[in-house]
Design a protein around this ligand. Structure first.
Ligand SMILES: Cc1cc2nc3c(=O)[nH]c(=O)nc-3n(C[C@H](O)[C@H](O)[C@H](O)COP(=O)(O)OP(=O)(O)OC[C@H]3O[C@@H](n4cnc5c(N)ncnc54)[C@H](O)[C@@H]3O)c2cc1C
Length: 287
């Protein structure tokens, strides 16, 4: 690694000013679990590395009447240990708990997971299913974009990801998550799915499903959503949802060598997230 300068950022204002001054020659480092590899392999060679791991304004999980807001340098471990992500937000807890190893979870941050832009970022499908909004700050000002749009209008070189927020769930809504990795512990996920479902008298009255590693970026699976909306969950509709997802994957991944494997694998994890939602809806398990 040949970094000219490393600076310990103290405030959001200062970090944003430096990002503006250095234009595309500065990079922020949060937990370092992704960027250190990129630096070592000389994929990136910034003049200035700004360490944001001690910036207070970027830390922690906050709750108000309407929103839950996660500061960008909140680690996976902090999310796993938070009481907020139990009960009907358990899907985010599960996603963060399945990231890498304890060391990676202690260091890796939610902001780094989003900003790195990997199609296999584990926290992104549940955050996308929650219809999250990302706050980005630069010397030009603040912009808020939905996580779904983020991959088409991604973070700019001079922007700092400040937080990610989503509406607090109602009692009849539940977030679920499942992951299929090549190796259990340290696998960068090969396939992930997350659903956020609202039930009213057994019927799905609102649904968002998001996938990871089924396309260039994590994305919403609208065909599955359209198929399940207005139905109740049972063996027949779960099979129907799997078929809907397979049809849409056939189009999207046409000609890819991974398609046959993904077609089979997807049924296991789609079934898992829908059955978890069903368990919640039936109130069989204490959440
Ligand atoms: C062995 C190993 C196993 C892993 N397993 C998994 C896994 O199972 N699932 C998974 O999803 N990921 C996994 N990862 C990837 C990684 O740990 C995550 O993506 C992590 O969330 C990155 O966060 P970080 O704070 O370490 O980011 P960093 O490495 O510090 O930064 C990553 C990128 O994001 C930018 N960035 C970081 N924070 C901000 C911010 N606030 N504003 C603007 N830009 C920012 C940096 O400039 C850099 O480009 C693994 C990595 C390793 C090395």
């Amino acid at each position: 690694m040949d970094i000219k300068k490393v600076y310990m950022g103290r405030s959001v204002e200062e970090v944003v000013r430096l990002l503006g001054e250095y234009e595309n020659k500065a990079k922020v480092i949060a937990g370092g679990t992704d960027i250190v590899i990129a630096l070592r392999n000389k994929v990136i060679e910034p003049e200035l590395l700004i360490d944001i791991s001690k910036v207070e304004e970027l830390k922690g999980i906050k709750e108000d009447e309407e929103y839950i807001t996660i500061g960008s340098i909140t680690t996976f471990t902090e999310i796993v240990e938070s009481e907020i992500f139990q009960s009907n937000l358990y899907g985010l807890h599960k996603a963060c708990k399945m990231v890498g190893s304890p060391q990676i979870r202690n260091k890796g941050t939610i902001g780094g997971n989003i900003a790195n832009g990997s199609p296999a970022a584990d926290s992104v499908p549940p955050l996308m299913a929650l219809d999250s909004i990302v706050t980005l700050l630069s010397i030009e000002g603040t912009r808020e974009i939905s996580l779904e749009d983020y991959y088409y209008d991604s973070i700019k070189e001079n922007e700092l990801l400040v937080n990610v927020k989503f509406k607090k769930p109602k009692d009849n809504q539940v977030l679920t998550f499942a992951k299929l990795g090549l190796r259990k512990a340290l696998a960068i996920s090969r396939l992930t799915l997350s659903s956020f479902i609202e039930f009213d008298d057994n019927i799905i009255t609102s649904i968002r499903v998001a996938s990871g590693a089924l396309a260039k970026f994590p994305m919403r699976e609208k065909e599955v959503e359209d198929y399940l909306l207005g139905k109740s969950l049972n063996e027949e509709t779960i099979e129907g949802a799997i078929e809907a997802l397979r049809n849409s994957m056939d189009e999207r991944l046409k000609g890819r060598p991974t398609l046959p494997y993904k077609r089979i694998a997807i049924s296991t994890i789609l079934r898992e997230i829908l059955e978890e939602a069903l368990v919640f809806e039936k109130g069989v398990k204490a959440w």
